[in-house]
Design a protein around this ligand. Structure first.
Ligand code: F6R
Length: 612
């Protein structure tokens, strides 16, 4: 989604802002722009295309100003072009605005401004907001800060904003509602950004603005107030990752780096939560609500995309280990369905970014109805993390590749720890099973490392399917959500149409698609479904489909009939999703690279989906 970067301080602003926008490229965008106060004038450069195009445009213009704002745009209102790109300047040139989010009542505001003689260059809601601020400022003769607050008070929707006013060119304004905005605190300098990644190069001290807060920064200091002028002390968070966490570290793509990081990210999610000496699980983030969790009759999991697939694994885990009834819902459906929720329910929101608009709306709805809300988020200080009653950070580190990989395995291990702990506390798991499970859990990083060693073979298998137009993924039990996730990974980065199915469902329709051009990725490890999935594979082969089977190490039976096998180490079936997903991530990655696709920034996709 769109990205914001802003700077005020003693250094030349544009390289900091353009560099920051480059760090935000992973979020997905179609155009980029920058505005810098230079010699009392505001100079705007913007273009459709990449941040590197913007850099070429700005470089050589000798812009030495030390205050500026920049933006990467992911089109919502109006097509991606130079005019719709941000920043947007108000008609009389008083305000320049970059904006993430959507002003829902922009049409009404635009009509009112048009009656007052305002004309608009772009099709964006952001230009409407810039003009609304200016109109209030000029009509009411109030300060720029008050005009911004007055305009935001009548704007409906979501915003993360960076604003400059030509009448106060020594100030940088920022505001947020619904769309995240972080302020980095340096020595006599401030940075704003839609997430921490562009800022960590300069400072580890961050302030995450709350909804309806406005920050005003000069080189002398910062003030934070809400729309009614109530002041707030900045709450400073120390971020625990530097730029090494957001560089490619020698890999060709962030996605590959993040796939390879999984042994570490999984260990990081478990760190301090499975006690080394005793093997017991301690989840301090949910201790407070443990009595409620132990007695709960129903858990509702809400999430989107890959996080939803992790939630589906959670359903199997909570049912098997803790005997709790679980419903897993797409957050976008749940929020509009008038769902039946009571104060007895526990709702778990799963989100890597912690900013997904639908998931956020779903938890707000459940909260209104009195449910207890738990969050499983990766981004510290994110909106979902802040709006939940309790929860766990996954601590997987920044995920930059748009396709989610390490976030998935970390979410699953977080859910696994939760389910095992609840199973123990509810008296479902005896000591022996509990200990066996925690011992096995601690082995998962090592098992993933083993899968990664097979990367060359996986790449060769992938080569055979680089020209495929369709693919089917089959799994049963714990591996059914993994089949869904494998299909999502393939379609989103290689643009091959792919479907995930519970293997037994194949004969109820999808089997009609099988012919000698159809690759079928079958998850067929040694578990209680083995014989059944073997039969499904035979059904595919009988129709001349191509079978690529993910099997347990040493399997010979499936090797005899499948076209290719990828062996993975054995482990408890409940932990297998974390291991079995890895070859599927690698297959998608290799196929996408072979097809020349932009792996880290697939077309039309955004990393953090902050609009519904
Ligand atoms: C897929 C992917 C998306 C996200 C989804 C939810 O690779 O990245 O499907 O999983 O947009 O995002 P979060 O987890 O940030 O709520």
């Amino acid at each position: 989604m769109c990205g914001i970067v802003g700077y005020i301080g003693g250094r030349t602003a544009w390289p900091i802002i353009v560099g920051g926008l480059q760090r935000l490229e992973y979020r997905g965008y179609d155009s980029a722009g920058i505005a810098v106060v230079d010699d009392g004038q505001i100079r705007i450069n913007k273009c459709r295309g990449k941040v590197s195009d913007l850099r070429s445009l700005v470089r050589g213009q000798n812009i030495s100003g030390t205050i500026g704002i920049g933006h990467t745009r992911w089109a919502t209102h109006g097509e991606p072009n130079d005019i719709n790109a941000h920043p947007h300047m108000s008609m009389n040139g008083k305000f320049v605005v970059v904006h993430n989010g959507i002003i829902e009542n922009y049409r009404t505001i635009k009509a009112q401004l048009e009656q007052k003689g305002y004309a608009f260059r772009s099709q964006t809601d952001t230009e409407v907001l810039a003009n609304l601020i200016e109109n209030i400022y000029l009509e009411k003769q109030i300060s720029p800060e008050s005009a911004i607050k007055a305009a935001l008070s009548i704007s409906v929707g979501a915003y993360g904003l960076g604003i400059i006013c030509t009448d106060q060119p020594d100030r940088l304004f920022a505001a947020r509602k619904g769309s995240p905005l972080a302020v980095g605190i340096g020595q006599g300098e401030y940075f704003i950004a839609s997430d921490a990644t562009p800022i960590v190069e300069y400072t580890d001290q961050l302030v995450y603005l709350e909804d309806e807060q406005v920050a005003v920064m000069t080189t002398d200091g910062i003030s934070i107030t809400d729309l009614k002028d109530t002041p707030f002390d900045p709450i400073i968070t120390n971020v625990d990752f530097g730029t090494e966490g957001i560089d490619k570290g020698g890999f060709d793509h962030f996605m590959l780096k993040e796939i390879y990081e999984q042994p570490n990210s999984l260990a990081d999610t478990m760190r301090g939560r499975i006690i080394e000496q005793t093997g017991t699980i301690n989840l301090s983030g949910i201790n407070e609500i443990m009595p409620k969790l132990v007695g709960v009759n129903r858990i509702i999991i809400v999430a989107c995309g890959t996080s939803y697939h992790a939630g589906l694994v959670g359903e199997y885990l909570f049912e098997q280990f803790a005997r709790i009834n679980v419903e897993v819902e797409y957050a976008s459906e749940f929020r509009y369905r008038d769902p039946i929720i009571s104060p007895e329910d526990v709702v778990i929101a799963i989100s890597q970014s912690g900013e997904t608009a639908d998931t956020l709306a779903a938890i707000r709805l459940a909260k209104q109805k009195g449910a207890t809300i738990l969050g499983i988020c990766n981004v510290v200080g994110s909106s979902i993390a802040r709006e939940t009653h309790a929860g766990m950070y996954t601590h997987a580190g920044p995920e930059i590749g748009v396709a989610s990989t390490k976030a998935f395995t970390s979410q699953v291990v977080a859910l696994t720890m939760m389910a095992i702990l609840l199973g123990r506390k509810r008296g479902i798991l005896d000591d022996k099973t509990y200990n066996e499970l925690t011992t096995e859990l601690r082995r998962t990083p090592e098992l993933i490392s083993e899968v990664l060693k097979d990367n060359d073979h996986i790449r060769e298998v992938s080569r055979a399917y680089q020209l495929a137009q369709n693919a089917i993924y089959l799994g049963r039990g714990y591996l059914y959500p993994v089949a869904l996730e494998g299909a999502l990974k393939l379609k989103e980065i290689s643009y091959i149409h792919a479907e995930g199915y519970p293997a037994a469902e194949m004969k109820h329709g999808p089997i009609a698609l099988i012919d000698n051009c159809m690759p079928v990725f079958a998850l067929a490890t040694h578990d209680k479904h083995y014989d059944k999935i073997l039969s499904n594979i035979q059904e595919v082969k009988a129709r001349k489909g191509q079978v690529i089977a993910i099997v347990s190490r040493g399997d010979t039976e499936i090797a005899r009939i499948a076209d290719y096998v990828i062996e993975i180490p054995e482990c408890h079936e409940a932990l297998m999703p974390m291991i079995a997903v890895v070859p599927l991530q690698l297959i998608s990655y290799h196929i996408a690279v072979m097809r020349g696709c932009n792996v880290d920034q697939p077309r039309n996709l955004a990393k953090s989906v902050t609009v519904e």
